[in-house]
Write a protein that binds this ligand. Structure first.
Ligand SMILES: *[C@@H]1O[C@H](CO)[C@@H](O)[C@H](O)[C@H]1NC(C)=O
Ligand SMILES: *[C@@H]1O[C@H](CO)[C@@H](O)[C@H](O)[C@H]1NC(C)=O
Ligand SMILES: *[C@@H]1O[C@H](CO)[C@@H](O)[C@H](O)[C@H]1NC(C)=O
Ligand SMILES: *[C@@H]1O[C@H](CO)[C@@H](O)[C@H](O)[C@H]1NC(C)=O
Ligand SMILES: *[C@@H]1O[C@H](CO)[C@@H](O)[C@H](O)[C@H]1NC(C)=O
Ligand SMILES: *[C@@H]1O[C@H](CO)[C@@H](O)[C@H](O)[C@H]1NC(C)=O
Length: 761
């Protein structure tokens, strides 16, 4: 119940990135440290409470209140938020029926919708864009297109359609893209899209930008049909191509309007298409952006030559190639390079390739080597790492490499400059990775290491229950002493951050942990080694036994008392003594355990520690004596000894300074309940005296916390009782009056109410 807080150990000054050298970092800090916009907050609230706010139709779908209507920008954002939270289903999509919501740029990513619901909710809006990336297979492409085409306006005016990673129904394979005559931008990345579909799409009259990455296309000849208009062609990892290089290049050569070309490839596949492209003279003269990442045999010289012939080039992708390191690339103004040669190139790669796991992994790997020598906080880079983790939750290489990067980017002082919200996101993502890869030790280690960061552990919001469960498991299962020290230190801090209910839920795990912790203490006694691990272990035990009788019983059952007596006999530092006494206080508060606690050894040590010159030690020893002597049964055979201790306690308290004095560490209590039996103990005024001294001490230091606690826990009647009781010691009555005085000063406005209630009871 009691513990000490040592103030002043944390430095909370924020070291901000410098705007001159890291403009993006500055932006990220500002963005992450700013409150969310009012619109975002409102929309989030709506998303969270949609069911409560809407009425239900007979079929169970939701219906907005009658008089509500959303302007288009808000409706678009609201839809996007529903989708990104995974809440867009037939039931919720129905609020977009009718004309209360006006959609224009619709985002239904990853939604689980039936074709009928899609048709009813979205296809009557005047849509300019539809992002249906990775929608559930319940809604195949054929149904999306036929839904869209059911509206003549959409057929003519839909400009942008993103269908990445969507499914195709096998029933009728035909995809009628041809009817969407307004399309300018189409993306079918990772879709079972074939030559005949390409033939159809290539004839769309206004098509400008096409992404056919990782599709089943084997022959791109059909693109000739749009050679006079196609400006952007992305064919990353087009693995099924069966044409010869000269044939492919011949087709590309005809695409004279092309500004952007992406022929990047998984690096393991040794594609040399890019190599051949770079050898061509006069091909694609207007190109401003070329991505050849992952290509084989690419040299600095070839790329440099290619770019020199096209001075307007502003982007080149060179990740996982042999090119990018020459001075030309690091000095050329206005040229963005996604690559691995320097940090700017890596950042560009992390940003461009956020949806491509193969390149994400590669860029993270390069980043990891860069972080070895990193001396400054890089919030923009850390943010990109979290984006990568979020986009590829089930990709082990990405998760693992990202966790290693995150660790180095936040190590020691570096985390202090990172915005709390960003660190909170990161911690959530690390725990998600743990859940997805429970058997991958190195990943678990990285996560544990990131938790040893005091900034994360103290300042950052995350699911502490989950974390505690994980850490305790680590503590029990792993022999590596260094990792064990970390697990122990984290446990000591997390233990007090759990609510009693959560501690109860974790009981089984914590029982094992207590045993482990006691084994560590025993080991240190044998080695006569009072190192950091010993201190952390004692702290953890102190915090774990706080307000938790089940854990205290388990401590006694596992011979904790004998081990702790040995600690007192082996080490005499007050830092160790205070932790031992703190824990024993917790145990002594459990009345059933007091008979186990009263032993010759305990009494011997308490009598001596009571006279310690350190005020904290004396105070804790006195508390323990007060608890143990307040019950008589354990002393049955030796009541004289009890009386001797009580006299000693009384004399010691007389020697203490006034109870409003300061100790070097701040005494704190989570509850006053354990004091109530002591306060009622009129036959042992020494015990009353100690309890009153302790309560007055904390009330005078922190009246707002403890005066409230006094009322809320029903402690006030006990104090009033002592003040009014003629049989109470005068000193006790004075102290009770002092507490009541603190209390009145604090609650001047409504002092009468609680005090009146008291006199009735
Ligand atoms: C696309 O294919 C469909 C059916 O296969 C056809 O009706 C339509 O005319 C084609 N469109 C173009 C532009 O070729
Ligand atoms: C690709 O398609 C074109 C036109 O349809 C055809 O002439 C050519 O033979 C095809 N090439 C391959 C390798 O299938
Ligand atoms: C890295 O290279 C880019 C050009 O690709 C250059 O603009 C940038 O200054 C370089 N960054 C560092 C940190 O050297
Ligand atoms: C980054 O992490 C690696 C492995 O975890 C470590 O060897 C390296 O020293 C770390 N770098 C820094 C600067 O901490
Ligand atoms: C118990 O945990 C808290 C964190 O809530 C920490 O501040 C305190 O130092 C810990 N107490 C001990 C005795 O370790
Ligand atoms: C403690 O209380 C006394 C009066 O009871 C007062 O004179 C003294 O200044 C107080 N000391 C502190 C440190 O507040």
């Amino acid at each position: 119940m009691v513990h000490f807080l040592h103030p002043g150990l944390l430095c909370r000054t924020l070291i901000l990135p410098d705007a001159g050298t890291d403009a993006q970092g500055c932006c990220v800090v500002q963005e992450e440290a700013s409150p969310y916009s009012l619109v975002t907050i409102c929309l989030n609230t709506l998303v969270a409470n949609l069911e409560k706010l809407c009425s239900k139709r007979p079929d169970g779908t939701l219906c907005l209140p009658e008089h509500w209507s959303f302007p288009q920008e808000l409706a678009d954002r609201f839809l996007g938020m529903l989708a990104s939270e995974g809440k867009l289903t037939d039931k919720t999509a129905s609020i977009f029926q009718g004309d209360q919501m006006k959609l224009k740029l619709a985002n239904i990513q990853k939604a689980k919708l039936s074709p009928a619901a899609f048709l009813k909710a979205f296809c009557h809006h005047k849509l300019i864009e539809l992002d249906a990336t990775a929608v559930h297979t319940d809604l195949p492409i054929q149904d999306i297109i036929s839904g869209l085409c059911s509206n003549i306006w959409i057929q003519k005016n839909l400009q942008c359609l993103l269908l990445d990673s969507t499914g195709i129904s096998d029933d009728s394979r035909k995809l009628f893209f041809g009817q969407l005559t307004g399309l300018r931008v189409l993306s079918v990345f990772n879709v079972g899209f074939r030559n005949e579909d390409l033939a159809n799409v290539s004839r769309l009259p206004r098509l400008e930008s096409l992404d056919i990455s990782n599709t089943l296309v084997t022959n791109i000849s059909a693109l000739r049909a749009c050679k006079n208009q196609l400006k952007s062609l992305t064919m990353h990892h087009l693995k099924c191509l069966t044409m010869t290089k000269p044939h492919i290049l011949a087709v590309l050569r005809e695409l004279r309007c092309l500004l952007h070309l992406d022929i990047s490839h998984h690096s393991q596949l040794n594609s040399d298409l890019a190599f051949h492209l770079l050898q061509q003279k006069d091909i694609l003269p207007n190109l401003v952006s070329l991505d050849v990442s992952g290509g084989n045999g690419i040299t600095d010289r070839d790329v440099e030559l290619f770019i020199r012939q096209r001075p307007a080039m502003h982007f080149v992708g060179l990740l996982a190639t042999d090119a990018g390191a020459s001075d030309f690339f690091t000095t050329k103004q206005g040229l963005q390079v996604a690559g691995g040669a320097n940090l700017s190139q890596i950042a560009e790669a992390l940003s461009r390739y956020r949806n491509r796991a193969c390149f994400m992994k590669e860029a993270l790997y390069r980043l990891f080597t860069e972080t070895f020598s990193m001396q400054i906080t890089m919030p923009a880079i850390l943010k990109l790492v979290t984006v990568g983790m979020r986009n590829h939750p089930l990709d082990l290489p990405v998760q693992f490499t990202a966790s290693a990067c995150a660790l180095n980017l936040t190590r020691q002082g570096l985390a202090r400059g990172m915005p709390v919200r960003l660190l909170s996101d990161l911690t959530d993502l690390l725990f998600k990775a743990l859940r997805n890869f429970p058997h991958y030790q190195q990943l678990q280690k990285n996560c544990l290491l990131s938790l040893t960061n005091s900034r994360i552990l103290v300042d950052v919001p995350f699911d502490r229950f989950d974390a505690a469960r994980f850490v305790v498991k680590w503590l029990c299962n792993h022999g590596n002493p260094k990792m064990q020290t970390m697990a122990v230190s984290i446990t000591s801090i997390l233990a007090l951050q759990l609510s009693p209910k959560q501690t109860a839920q974790l009981k089984d795990e914590l029982f094992v942990a207590i045993k482990e912790l006691l084994a560590i203490v025993k080991q240190k006694i044998t080695e006569n080694l009072d190192d950091a691990t010993l201190l952390f272990t004692l702290k953890a035990l102190w915090n774990l036994t706080d307000d938790c009788p089940a854990i205290c019983k388990h401590f006694i059952k596992n011979e904790g008392l004998a081990i702790f007596i040995q600690v007192l006999e082996t080490f005499s530092e007050s830092a160790i003594q205070s932790k031992v006494l703190g824990l024993l206080n917790n145990v002594a508060e459990v009345k059933e355990l007091s008979s186990e606690m009263v032993t010759t050894d305990v009494v011997k040590h308490l009598s001596s520690l009571l006279h310690s010159k350190e005020m904290e030690i004396s105070f804790l020893a006195a508390g323990l004596i007060a608890h143990l002597t307040s019950v008589q049964e354990p002393w049955a055979s030796d009541d004289l000894q009890r009386h001797a201790l009580l006299r000693d306690l009384h004399a010691t308290i007389q020697n203490w300074p006034s109870s409003n004095c300061s100790m070097t560490a701040l005494v704190t209590y989570r509850s006053f309940k354990a004091f109530f039996p002591l306060l009622g103990s009129f036959s042992q005024p020494e015990v009353q005296l100690w309890a009153l001294w302790a309560m007055h001490h904390v009330c005078s230091k922190n009246p707002s916390k403890y005066c409230r606690m006094l009322v809320e826990e029903g402690g006030l009647p006990f104090v009033c009782d002592i003040q009014e009781h003629t049989a109470a010691e005068p000193q006790a009555r004075q102290m009770a009056a002092a507490i009541l005085n603190d209390f009145r000063m604090h609650f001047t406005s409504y002092q009468r109410a609680p005090l009146q209630q008291l006199s009735l009871t």
